[in-house]
Design a protein around this ligand. Structure first.
Ligand SMILES: Nc1ncnc2c1ncn2[C@@H]1O[C@H](COP(=O)(O)OP(=O)(O)OP(=O)(O)O)[C@@H](O)[C@H]1O
Ligand SMILES: [Mg+2]
Length: 290
């Protein structure tokens, strides 16, 4: 097969791992920087061109669209859908999962557990609404944050209010969340490929830190998730329309709570931690589908 990886950086571990997996299964692989793709409609026929070369001969694509390229990525994936090219990620699933609000909306509509969350717009109502979360501390997150940067803990109402005022003043969008203390600085990533949890790890924050991100000094280990966690992860990806995804959960008193569903999950942490060849699972899913 001709497998095209849409990635801005062929040297990244995740991209390299998929190249290796595809080549070892005798597929032709190329990596294309999607930010330089041209969308073409010529004689009523849609195409995507990369330095003048058409992508129409691709049998399958593996999109690795970066956060800041979501809009372009959704357009590109839609163009490939019109061209009938198989993709492990659909345009709809990408936009469902990338937008934090629409992701939360879809999850709660389908009875999945997420932290109490506020996205505040009315500058006069901060104090009253934050109190409705029930207790302090609360978590404040920059909508555009990643790797744990932009995730803060406000210990009191006055701290939360002054943080919100600051973000409001600098026009940064944030959400306010209940702090799940019983998670004890750990989160769980379940990696799903085609309706199956293929690898799972726990990330534990370093001492004195509540953010479990490896970039913030967290420590990862392979785990076996509970049946309930597996059920929740599979339901979440199904609702969002994802085939390949990383589901991040906290163990809360009320049950497995979804923090985030990642449509372009990195492979390095999960493969190195669990020794599962996740890239090959993705290629084998493509083989079954095309
Ligand atoms: N409501 C919460 N209660 C307890 N801990 C939390 C909560 N939200 C986040 N955390 C901790 O902080 C970490 C970082 O938060 P989160 O995953 O939401 O942001 P991020 O990693 O910066 O963004 P992204 O995952 O979108 O790249 C989580 O992995 C988790 O350990
Ligand atoms: Mg995270």
């Amino acid at each position: 097969m001709n497998i095209t990886i849409l990635s801005r950086n062929a040297a990244l571990y995740s991209t390299q791992s998929m190249i290796k997996a595809a080549r070892s299964r005798n597929h032709f692989v190329r990596v294309i920087d999607y930010s330089n793709c041209d969308f073409v409609i010529r004689n009523g026929k849609p195409d995507v061109e990369y330095f003048g070369e058409s992508l129409f001969d691709a049998d399958a694509v593996i999109p690795r669209i970066g956060e800041s390229y979501t809009k372009l990525g959704v357009g590109l994936l839609r163009q490939l859908e019109v061209m009938d090219i198989f993709s492990v990620l659909s345009s709809q699933a990408l936009s469902n999962s990338r937008d934090k609000l629409s992701c939360l909306q879809l999850l709660v509509k389908n009875d999945l557990l997420v932290p109490h969350t506020l996205i505040l717009h009315n500058g006069h109502m901060y104090e009253e609404l934050i109190d409705t979360i029930g207790s302090y501390p609360v978590i404040i997150k920059l909508i555009s944050g990643t790797h744990g940067i932009g995730v803060l803990k406000a210990e009191s109402r006055s701290q939360a209010v002054s943080l919100l005022e600051t973000f409001n003043k600098t026009k940064q969008k944030v959400l306010v969340q209940e702090f799940i203390e019983e998670a004890k600085g750990a989160d769980y990533r379940l990696f799903v490929v085609d309706g199956e949890v293929v690898a799972s790890m726990k990330r534990q924050a370093k001492a004195g830190e509540f953010r479990s991100n490896l970039h913030r000094g967290g420590f990862a280990e392979a785990i076996t998730p509970t049946q309930e966690e597996i059920k929740v992860a599979l339901k979440a990806v199904d609702i969002l329309g994802l085939k390949v995804a990383g589901v991040d959960m906290l163990r809360s008193k009320r049950g497995p709570m979804i923090l985030e569903v990642n449509a372009s999950p990195g492979l390095e942490g999960i493969e190195k931690t669990t020794n599962v060849d996740v890239a090959s699972k993705i290629i084998s899913y493509i083989e079954r589908s095309v």
